[in-house]
Design a protein around this ligand. Structure first.
Ligand code: PMP
Length: 353
């Protein structure tokens, strides 16, 4: 049947997300939040008037956009919402990167960028990370004949985050094309570039409710940028589906944003557990890359990543192993609860001695 498919679809290999376990396991493979969403989210869902499901959602998501605008000190015109930041990223590829010019990106980064590039016929020019496994912002911004720049900050799956100063310097150099910064993991210790959208009209920052706000099951993501960029995203969305996110997701998202204490407490717990886990992994001989995200990328000098991955899986612990030349030695470990990390460390102590 595939001869009926468009050529760019034929070239796609389906994305295989971290596996969904059937039995009770310690799930440290897809960077979900180990803690429940804010209590107000449950109240919002329970109190949601079922009769409202008869009606189409607000096509402008105005209530959710207003709360996002308040949260990030922006105006509603600078806010776009979508079904997970994956959808927002897909719209951004269509709105900003289809100029017939290549798009600059790091070579080790979120695996969906190459997928969207193929899907939307965008040539991706990738740049190696620096020797310290950092996104090379100099290289990314060096060539003017490009449609734009995309990178994640913190990067995935390495976890390194650039400072606001470094990002500002990039934006001072690159003013003629869209710079898209994917901040899916920014709340775990990095600094958001959202404060720069007023100054740089070519900056688009994407974010998600899936990580720091514990709502991966709902599919809620957003972008902040100049009203001109947001208008571009709306053009794509309106031609595709004029309803951005469903009413239930909106209600839950608003409740999550309205509880900054819960949000901060969860992020702090994840950060504390991450640093504690780092020390324990290092004590076992692992090299652990510095991380400002809710995961750690680590390799052991004497034990292969693939073997450790299998050994952990046999013990009911799921982590992520990437079958690529650059990352083959590594494991990417999402930060779970302290108990979950204790189980991980106990298993690794057996496997690494
Ligand atoms: N960006 C990065 C860097 C990610 O790792 C992910 C999810 N794994 C996403 C975006 C998409 O997140 P979501 O669609 O759940 O908002």
């Amino acid at each position: 049947m595939s001869h009926l498919w468009s050529p760019n679809i034929r070239a796609l290999t389906p994305y295989i997300p971290g596996e969904q376990p059937r039995e009770r396991v310690v799930k440290l493979n897809t960077n979900e939040n180990p803690y429940p969403p804010a209590p107000g989210v449950g109240d919002a869902l329970r109190n949601f008037a079922i009769d409202h499901l008869r009606l189409y959602p607000d096509p402008t998501s105005s209530a959710l956009r207003q709360v996002l605008a308040d949260t990030y000190r922006a105006t509603p015109e600078q806010v776009f919402v979508g079904n997970g930041s994956d959808e927002v990223l897909a719209f951004a590829f269509q709105a900003f990167f289809q100029h017939g010019l290549p798009l600059d990106a790091p070579d080790i980064t979120y695996s969906f960028y190459p997928v969207y590039a193929k899907l939307y016929g965008v040539e991706l020019r990738t740049h190696p990370l620096t020797e310290q496994w950092e996104v090379d912002l100099e290289a990314l911004g060096a060539d003017k004949s490009r449609s734009g720049i995309i990178f994640a900050n913190p990067n995935a799956p390495t976890g390194h985050a650039h400072s606001l100063e470094a990002i500002t310097a990039l934006l001072e150099r690159v003013t003629d094309r869209v710079v898209l910064i994917d901040e899916a993991y920014v709340d775990f210790g990095a600094t958001s570039a959202v404060t720069l959208i007023e100054r740089f009209p070519n900056l688009l920052v994407t974010g998600t409710f899936s990580k720091s706000r514990s709502l991966a099951g709902l599919r809620l993501g957003y972008a902040l940028g100049s009203s001109e960029l947001i208008e571009g995203l709306k053009r794509v969305k309106d031609s595709f589906n004029s309803f951005p996110v469903d009413s239930l997701a909106s209600a839950a998202g608003i409740a999550a944003l309205e509880d900054p204490q819960h949000f901060q407490a969860c992020c702090d717990r994840v950060i504390t557990t991450r640093e504690r886990t780092r020390q324990r992994l290092e004590a076992l001989g692992f090299e652990v890359l510095p991380s400002k995200a809710n995961f750690l990328l680590a390799r052991h000098p004497r034990h292969e990543g693939a073997q450790l991955f299998i050994g952990l899986r046999e013990r009911g612990i799921l982590v992520r192993h990437f079958n690529t030349a650059e990352l083959n030695e590594f494991l990417r470990i999402s930060i779970g609860t302290d108990d979950e990390m204790d189980s991980l460390m106990e298993a690794l102590e057996v496997l690494c001695t």
